[in-house]
Design a protein. Structure first.
Length: 264
């Protein structure tokens, strides 16, 4: 299995600093290599020309920018999919809770209690209620299905809408867990992205050495900018960790609504 790189297990500041150090090191090595080569070629009167090197560096940086944009697009699409899956799950649970009003007792009360426990479990799953005792969503949905089957057997064809709603809760639960746990940027993308970044930043430093300039602060600005973008992509691609996460407010609102409904 192609498990994601362990960005989610590392603090955001650590990923930033490690990426920044790698970027600065690449620039510095490229600069030193160019200066050393220029000193040698000056003695041989065959100094390397700046213009061709600049053109090649521009091409490399363009490829890096393209891959960064593509990778960020993958992370952003997955982020949007997680947000939509959350909304679909909350809507499915809310509708099922309402439709439970058409089924007979004791199934009605039991189904609504199961849905309340299910919402608590989902909040625990994303880490909002870490102190809350968790009941596996699979167990709760099995209990929900048992009630749905019993109701369907008692009233064949009379509760089709309720049965369809229960099926939808099961479906969106699987969709949400898939987009959260398995829709991640592949390791191959991260590997190619970092390798291309090292080559691009090395080439940029090399170009500065060929041009004969001192170490420009712009190189540091480029390294910092690249590191910030990489951390942002990694953060968006690590649901439940870091700074950028899908707001769980719709599920919290649903829990509050279910509590209020149970008191009526």
């Amino acid at each position: 299995m192609n498990s994601p790189l362990p960005f989610s297990s590392l603090p955001t500041w650590f990923v930033f600093i490690a990426t920044l150090m790698l970027s600065l090191l690449s620039v510095e090595l490229g600069y030193r290599r160019a200066r050393k080569r220029q000193l040698r070629t000056e003695q041989e009167e065959e100094r390397e020309k700046e213009a061709p090197v600049g053109a090649m560096v521009g091409t490399t940086l363009g490829l890096l920018a393209f891959l960064l944009a593509f990778t960020f697009g993958m992370a952003a699409d997955a982020f949007h999919a997680r947000k939509m899956a959350l909304l679909e799950e909350t809507n499915a649970v809310r509708i099922t809770y309402r439709l439970a009003g058409v089924i007979p007792e004791p199934h009605r009360t039991d189904v609504r209690q199961i849905l309340r426990e299910y919402v608590e479990d989902r909040l625990h799953w994303v880490g909002l209620d870490k102190a809350q005792e968790s009941i596996a969503a699979t167990v709760l949905l099995d209990r929900l299905w048992a009630h749905a089957v019993a109701v369907g057997a008692q009233s064949p064809g009379g509760v089709d809408e309720f049965l369809g709603s229960v099926a939808r809760v099961t479906e969106v639960r699987a969709e949400r867990e898939t987009v959260r746990e398995r829709s991640r940027i592949p390791n191959d993308f991260w590997l190619v992205l970092y390798l291309l970044a090292i080559l691009s930043l090395w080439s940029m430093g090399y170009h500065g050495g060929v041009a004969g300039t001192v170490r420009s602060p712009v190189m540091i600005a480029v390294a910092i900018s690249f590191s910030l973008v990489m951390v942002l992509i990694a953060d968006v691609d690590s649901p439940g960790h870091g700074i950028v996460n899908v707001s769980q407010q719709p599920m919290v609102d649903l829990r509050n609504w279910l509590v209020a409904e149970s008191k009526r």
